[in-house]
Ligand binder design. Structure first.
Ligand SMILES: [Zn+2]
Length: 147
């Protein structure tokens, strides 16, 4: 029997290291601009709205909704073959930013656009990947973002 194939690992950079450190500690962190109060993800050294470098890391609610999704019936990598079919979704966080992530603990036919989700983390080697699972609708009431 062949040894299991290792999943590809993220590559932390100076800009993304705080994101990955927080994920390892079980927190979803995103950037917040102190100058214009907008959140952003992925990490950058400046605000993409006002170009300020007054960027700080804040802990996100971890709640959001499925903006769109797809169900993969062919694994994108040999390490994911046992997961097929699996869902990949664009999640719109309550803070207004969107992120691509896997959706776990749900049969793909239970997923829907606008379904409320909450973050969870999956350990992957030296990293923890933010993933999402379906949340109960009353537990995930969407608060307006700061933008
Ligand atoms: Zn800004």
């Amino acid at each position: 029997m062949n040894a299991p194939v290792a999943a590809p690992q993220p590559i932390a950079t100076a800009e993304t290291a705080p994101y990955w450190r927080a994920a390892l500690a079980g927190r979803l962190e995103i950037q917040h601009c102190r100058a214009c109060s907008r959140h952003q993800l992925y990490p950058r050294p400046f605000c993409t709205r006002c170009l300020s470098n007054e960027i700080e890391w804040v802990t996100a609610s971890g709640r959001g909704r499925i903006y769109t999704y797809t169900v993969c019936h062919v694994a994108a990598h040999p390490a994911f073959e046992a997961r097929v079919p699996y869902a990949i979704a664009m999640i719109e966080l309550d803070e207004g930013v969107r992120m691509l992530a896997g959706v776990v603990d749900a049969e793909p036919d239970r997923l829907a656009i606008d379904a409320p989700v909450e973050v969870c983390f999956e350990r992957l080697g030296e990293f923890a990947l933010p993933m999402f699972r379906l949340a109960s609708s009353d537990a995930a009431t969407s608060a307006p973002g700061a933008s």
